[in-house]
Write a protein that binds this ligand. Structure first.
Ligand code: ADP
Ligand code: ASP
Ligand code: MG
Length: 415
C-alpha cells in the first residue's frame, strides 16, 4: 500500500460533474489499495470572483489583507466539502480538512504567507482510520490562529508541502493539460509535452510566467526532494515527471519558452550614482512586498554623476511601487523622477543545457528580429534568458522563438 497525494486544480473541480469525475479518480486510486490525500483548489473562477467582490464593497480604499485571506479561503473550503460529500454519496469514507485543521502553519504575511511548519499527525490518524482526506489547498493559519493564504496558485504548494510532511510515496498534480509543455499550448499550437523536466528548469519557467505550477511550490519540492508528476485530470495519459537534473537532461539546450503578460516598467531617472542608492530603492520595494523581476541600471552620465534604474513589476503593482518609493526619493538625488509604463510582456527561454552551450542569446535575438519584434530589456541567468517586448507582440514572439529552437519537433534536437 502506498501513500499518495493528489492535487486537483480549479478547472478539474470547476463543475459538479468535474467534482464527480475527481471523486471517481480518487476512488480508483483507493481501489488499487492506496491511501489518498487529495488537495483541491477553489472551483475555477471563484477566487477571481471573490477578489472582485472585495474590491466592489471597499470601493476606493483597499480591502485589508487579513480580511482578504478570510474571504479567499472560503473558495477552497467550498470545494473540500463538496468533494467529501460526493465521495460519501458514492459509499466511501472521506473527510474534509481546512489548512488549519490539517496542521498547516504559516508566517503572518497575509495573501503571500510562507509555510513554517506542518503537524500531520491528525492527517495520519484519519488515514489510518480508513478515510480519504480531502484537504483545502492554498491556505494555512498563523500560530495565533489567523487564516492565511499562500499566494495565487498556492494549492500546488499545499500538495507538495503535505507530500513532504507525510512522506508520501507519490505526488500527482492534476490539471487541465497533459503535463508541462515546451510553451503554453494555448499560445503555441505545436508545443510538446515534456516527459521530464528538472526542478531548476521548471522553477525558472514558473517564475517567468509558466503558470502550470506555482513557482514557490517547485522551490519547495527542490528543497525537500519531492519528485512529482504533472498530468491531466481529464484523461489517463502519463504526464511530466519533475525531479533533480540528470546528465541526459543537459543534452537539450532549451527546454521551454515562457511568457508573462501584464508587466510594467518602472524607471527612476537622475539617481545619484553612489553606494546605497539601489539598496534604498529595492529596500523600499521589498518592504511593500512587491515582487520585482528584471533590473537594469544604465551606465552613469559622468557630467552629472547620475544614472537611471529600471525594473519590471506586475502592472497592478505600479501605484503601490510609486507609493513605496516616495519616502526615499529625496535621498536618491536632486532631480529624481519616476516614470512607469505598462503594455509590456516578458519572454524567456530556459534550459540547463545553456550552461554548456554558447550562442543561445544570439539565436533568440535573431529569431525576434526576423519576426519584427523589438527587444526593450534583457536579463540572463545561468539557465535563462529573458527579454521584454511590447505586450501586443508577445504571442508572435513566443511562436518565433519556439520555432527557432525547433521545440515542436519530437524528440527535441540535441545541439
Ligand atoms: P490549475 O487550475 O489546475 O492549477 P492552472 O490554470 O494554474 O491550472 O495551470 C494550467 C494552465 O497553465 C494550462 O491550462 C496552460 O494554459 C497553462 N500553461 C502555461 N504554460 C504552460 C506550459 N509550458 N505547459 C503547460 N501548461 C502551461
Ligand atoms: N484558488 C487559488 C487561486 O486561484 C489557489 C489555486 O487555485 O491554486 O489562485
Ligand atoms: Mg494552478
Amino acid at each position: 500500500m502506498s501513500l499518495i497525494v493528489q492535487k486537483y486544480g480549479g478547472t478539474s473541480v470547476g463543475t459538479p460533474e468535474r467534482i464527480r469525475n475527481v471523486a471517481r479518480r480518487i476512488l480508483d486510486t483507493r481501489a488499487e489499495g492506496h491511501q489518498v490525500v487529495a488537495v483541491v483548489s477553489a472551483m475555477s473562477g471563484v477566487t477571481n470572483r471573490l477578489i472582485e467582490l472585495a474590491n466592489e464593497v471597499t470601493g476606493e480604499s483597499e480591502p485589508t489583507d487579513r480580511e482578504m485571506d478570510v474571504l479567499l479561503a472560503t473558495g477552497e473550503q467550498t470545494t473540500i466539502a463538496l468533494t467529501a460529500m460526493c465521495l460519501n454519496s458514492m459509499g466511501s469514507k472521506a473527510v474534509s480538512l481546512t489548512g488549519a485543521q490539517a496542521g498547516i502553519e504559516t508566517d503572518g504575511v497575509h495573501t503571500k504567507a510562507r509555510i513554517s511548519n506542518i503537524s500531520p499527525s491528525g492527517v495520519h490518524e484519519l488515514l489510518n482510520d480508513g478515510n480519504i482526506v480531502i484537504l483545502a489547498g492554498f491556505q494555512g493559519k498563523t500560530p495565533d490562529g489567523k487564516i492565511t493564504t499562500l499566494g495565487r496558485g498556492g494549492s500546488d504548494l499545499t500538495a507538495i508541502a503535505m507530500a513532504a510532511a507525510i512522506d508520501a510515496d507519490l505526488c500527482q498534480i492534476f490539471t487541465d493539460v497533459d503535463g508541462v509543455y515546451t510553451c503554453d499550448p494555448r499560445v503555441v499550437k505545436d508545443a510538446r509535452k515534456l516527459e521530464e523536466i528538472s526542478y531548476d528548469e521548471l522553477l525558472e519557467m514558473a517564475s517567468s510566467g509558466t503558470k502550470v505550477m506555482q513557482s514557490r511550490s517547485v522551490e519547495f519540492a527542490k528543497k525537500f526532494g519531492v519528485v512529482f508528476e504533472v498530468r491531466s485530470s481529464l484523461n489517463r495519459n502519463s504526464g511530466t515527471i519533475v525531479r533533480e537534473e540528470t546528465m541526459s537532461m543537459e543534452s537539450v539546450v532549451i527546454r521551454g519558452v515562457s511568457l508573462e503578460r501584464e508587466q510594467a516598467k518602472v524607471t527612476i531617472t537622475g539617481v545619484g550614482d553612489h553606494p546605497g542608492t539601489a539598496g534604498k530603492i529595492f529596500g523600499a520595494i521589498s518592504e511593500a512586498n512587491i515582487n520585482v523581476d528584471m533590473i537594469v541600471q544604465n551606465v552613469s552620465v559622468s557630467k552629472t554623476g547620475t544614472t537611471d534604474i529600471s525594473f519590471t513589476v506586475h502592472k497592478n503593482d505600479i501605484a503601490k511601487a510609486e507609493r513605496a518609493l516616495q519616502p526615499v526619493l529625496v535621498d536618491l538625488g536632486e532631480n529624481v523622477k519616476i516614470d512607469a509604463v505598462d503594455g509590456i510582456a516578458k519572454l524567456s527561454v530556459v534550459g540547463i543545457g545553456m550552461k554548456s552551450h554558447s550562442g543561445v542569446a544570439a539565436e533568440m535575438f535573431a529569431a525576434l528580429s526576423n519576426a519584427g519584434v523589438n527587444i526593450e530589456m534583457i536579463s540572463t541567468s545561468e539557465i535563462k534568458i529573458t527579454v521584454t517586448v511590447a505586450e501586443h507582440q508577445i504571442e508572435e514572439a513566443a511562436k518565433a522563438v519556439h520555432a527557432a529552437f525547433e521545440l515542436g519537433d519530437s524528440p527535441i534536437k540535441e545541439r
